[in-house]
Design a binder for this molecule. Sequence first.
Ligand code: PMP
Length: 399
Amino acid sequence: PSVFSTVEMAPRDPILGLTEAFNADTRTTKVNLGVGVYYDDAGKLPLLRAVRAAEEARMKNAPPRGYQPIEGAPAYNKAVQDLLFGQGAALTADGRVVTAQALGGTGALKIGADFLKRLLPQAKVYISDPSWENHRALFEAAGFEVDVYPYFDADTRGVRFDAMIAHLKALPASQIVLLHACCHNPTGADLTDAQWAEVVEVCKARNLVPFLDMAYQGFADGIDQDAVAVRQFVQSGLSFVISSSFSKSFSLYGERVGALSIVTASKDESARVLSQLKRTIRTNYSNPPTHGGAVVASVLATPELRSMWEEELGEMRERIRAMRTGLVDKLSARGVARDFSFVVRQRGMFSYTGLTVAQVDRLRDEFGIYAVSTGRICLAALNSKNIDYVADSLATILK
Ligand code: PMP
């Protein structure tokens, strides 16, 4: 018999399954709110003007296709640090940050997880309840035991902050705590600046290892505003880890552009950390691909392209916000009694709406509107053409 004859079928990815069902649906009014990407008002995945300009310039030069350094291009890594910590931040100048280009945010989480597993083999990883569904799988695949800390409050549709803090306070030292830096996926519920200050304090007091996942910088309030958590951790003097993704903020999903940054206590520590990180990368994929990173670095470093990108990022942010307020207004105009104002308070692309599994099923079966069975919807899948239909359908099932 074949060596593979005993291989069992792995469970299907629930969101990909939803997309398959959506694609097979023949209703012309169908809407897929289950996606995890930003669509523009025409319902299309945008190619940003700044990205296009940087790509055209790059291709005109017909660059040779050499290997990159194991940790990626220095110009790219520097640009990532400036976004996270602010231009000319003291800790970057002091050599206290190590940044390595990575294959998207996922790749950054993965090399971070592998690096930390070697360093802290006994540590557990704590993720929010709930969290992006790949967090648990990814850290478990790196050999960690993964547990949760309380996070989402189903009553307020905000954060159960007291329970979260109490949980973190009770953790033993050196545990890894994964935090969504902004635009929490899947709930849309974020911490306030004051709450971040408390989290930072607890991490410091308990000697925890914060791992910030930054997948949506610029999607909530702005580039610097969305880095509040990062900047507060820097202020605290703690060492910590950050994964960055440019999949959404540059609409470069398939190019796999991300980075892992590690804030250390000294330049000397950084050199040793980098050497270990390179070892992890070398044995995984040797070195990162060139194109996406080069495009992002050139957009960020070229003033005209930079302002074009900031404008486009602002447009995406504002459009999502308009869809949030639009949906809430339209539901109340249709006489829906339930208070949906939390949708406006939530940030980023997603909302945990509180729709039940039965309601999600009804939306799909009766109206061709697809949402994740947890009730998560993507606000960036709404647009001026489908929002009334979605509001009508929601109003029908909620009455
Ligand atoms: N972290 C979070 C919280 C995310 O939502 C995502 C993407 N959906 C990622 C990481 C992964 O990003 P990427 O697609 O760049 O790998």
